[in-house]
Design a protein around this ligand. Structure first.
Ligand code: FAD
Length: 522
């Protein structure tokens, strides 16, 4: 296997979610020849499925100061405050950018946005345009209109560096054609999203394996706050939609009861006053503990019992959320969808608050390597407010694109050592030739279970240390891994084999970060 194609760009962006697309728009507007490489078929990871709430202080009773205060308090005082200040100051202008790209935010009148409340905000502050795939589509169209080229289903293998450590470009593998590429670049922006795919249950799409963090770690990038993972309390436990959110206690009316397999209303033990209506972190923790203690159903779930609730007041009824009601009917049956019988649910991983440490120009500690969106850290501290991620991707996406474009003007484009690159493609060939050895799928499943059990919602020093030991065993198995089948095109096993070493390095970084954090925050 050798190099098939070379593509040259001033700015190369890894990831085509909201953050990557917003960075691309800014880079192109600053005169940079801009290329996006995304490993997924359709651009976007979590951005495509997100609820679409964006925090911006447009309310009459609101201010940037209140937005700042809520964010810092919500983040358990661990936010990088200069970055938080930028977020709250600039998001309103970014909302107007989005409107100019065609996003129609809901309004109460021509001069007044419709604002809704989400957890942790002292006033209603969240704008919405319905679902966030609309925002994604408008960003995509805008980026394309500026001449940004997007390579989707293109799997990065390695970021090459010069002697100073600055990125020279990225070797990648085209999943559709089986060809190999080198993307030479003056600056690289990491916008590869989150890492919920490291967990057995995730509320995010498949392409959130977190391998982008691993690519950056290989360069010696500094990560922050990697122990702060957000989980949602209730999600599907079946089929391809396992992990997809099933809302929160309030979604099922005031008479909802969460029960374990013994029929106990266990929230009485964890939160005797607010019970099922407690905040999502409290309910997620209780659900997790019940399941881990063996009091869950055989599917590893608890039961949402809303049989006493008025079904017309519950959130998942057709008149509230038709598409999700339909999914519940498909997977659980009509009786459960109509809440006449209890339905199974479990917590799932949603969002990483930490990530690549950035400054106000979105620079990492590696010159020429920028980061924005969920892969970047230190904006939200220990806990992110509901609509602050979709705000963050707009604000820091723009900044990352602008500063990467500026950096690329003085960057000297060099080609990495040919032999080093050939080694990367030989590694790929080795994985293809390794058919029949340890399967990547089995290692991935064990890694996801390990993260669920040892780096889940409730942790202890002993659990984390044991997790690190188990990880050593997984590392051994990595060296015997081979993709299933020798097909060069559309080989999912090969993709997983490429992702896994990065996922394992990332898992280790998270376990070690969590060991350092001895108090409970966020
Ligand atoms: C169900 C759900 C609901 C949510 N609702 C809200 C909400 O209402 N408000 C809010 O503020 N936040 C919400 N969030 C969080 C928010 O959606 C995400 O944090 C945000 O969309 C992340 O955007 P991003 O561009 O950084 O990453 P993503 O949108 O995840 O995009 C990542 C991109 O990188 C690509 N990629 C991944 N790995 C690689 C790699 N190694 N190389 C190249 N490309 C790679 C992916 O294919 C994808 O194109 C929600 C999340 C979920 C899952």
């Amino acid at each position: 296997m050798s190099l098939d194609s070379i593509v040259t760009a001033d700015v190369l962006i890894l990831g085509a979610g909201n953050a990557g697309l917003r960075a691309a728009i800014a880079a192109a507007e600053n005169g940079a020849n801009t290329v996006i490489v995304s490993k997924s078929p359709f651009p976007g990871g979590s951005s495509v499925v997100a609820g679409g709430l964006i925090e911006a202080s447009f309310g009459e009773d609101d201010s940037e100061e209140l937005h700042f205060r809520d964010t810092v308090k919500g983040g358990a005082y661990l936010c990088n405050q200069p970055l938080t200040q930028i977020l709250v100051n600039e998001i309103k202008s970014r909302i107007f950018d989005l409107e100019s790209y065609g996003v129609a935010f809901l309004r109460e009148s021509p001069s007044k946005f419709k604002l809704v409340s989400s957890g942790g905000t002292c006033v209603a502050r969240d704008l919405t345009s319905g679902r966030n795939d609309v925002v994604q589509r408008c960003l995509y169209d805008k980026a394309r209109s500026l001449g940004v080229t997007i390579y989707s289903e293109m799997m990065p293998l390695k970021i090459f560096q010069d002697q100073r450590g600055a990125p020279l470009g990225v070797a990648a593998y085209d999943v559709q054609r089986g060809d190999t590429f080198f993307f030479q670049a003056g600056a690289v922006v990491m916008a590869s999203g989150g890492l919920a795919g490291l967990y057995k249950r995730r509320a995010t799409p498949r392409n959130t394996a977190g391998d982008g963090f691993g690519l950056a770690l290989d360069l010696g990038v500094r990560l922050v706050d990697m122990e702060f993972v957000q989980f949602i309390p209730l999600s599907f436990v079946y089929g391809f939609i396992e992990g997809m959110t099933l809302g929160e206690g309030d979604s099922y009316g005031d008479k909802v009861r969460l029960r374990n397999a013994l029929g106990e209303r266990y929230m009485e033990r964890y939160a005797p006053e607010r019970l099922e209506h407690s905040t999502r972190d409290v309910v997620a923790r209780a659900n997790y503990l019940e399941i881990q203690a063996g009091r869950g159903t055989p599917n590893g779930a608890i039961l949402i019992d809303a049989t006493e609730s008025d079904p017309m007041k519950a959130y998942f009824q057709p008149h509230h959320m038709a598409h999700r009601y339909r999914l519940i009917v498909d997977f659980y049956g009509k009786e459960k969808a109509d809440l006449k019988e209890p339905l199974e649910a479990a917590p799932s991983a949603l969002y990483i608050c930490g990530g690549i440490e950035i400054n106000e120009r979105c620079e990492s500690n590696i010159p020429g390597l920028f980061a924005c969106g969920e892969v970047a850290g230190n904006v939200h501290g220990a806990n992110r407010l509901g609509g602050n991620s979709l705000a963050d991707v707009q604000v820091f996406g723009k900044r990352a694109g602008e500063h990467a474009a500026l950096f690329s003007r003085d960057a000297s484009m060099k080609f990495p050592d040919r032999r080093e690159m050939e080694r990367e493609f030989l590694r790929l060939k080795g994985l293809l030739d390794g058919n029949g050895r340890v399967s990547p799928r089995s290692i991935k499943k064990d890694l996801q279970q390990l993260m669920w059990d040892h780096m889940g919602i409730v942790r202890s020093g002993a659990l984390l240390t044991e997790g690190l030991k188990k990880l050593e065993n997984l590392k051994d198995r990595l060296s015997h891994m081979g993709a299933i089948g020798s097909a060069r095109r559309y080989n999912l096993g090969l993709l997983e084999a490429v992702e896994l070493p990065s996922m394992v390095s990332l898992a280790e970084a998270m376990l070690r970060s969590a060991l350092l954090r001895e108090e409970s925050r966020g």
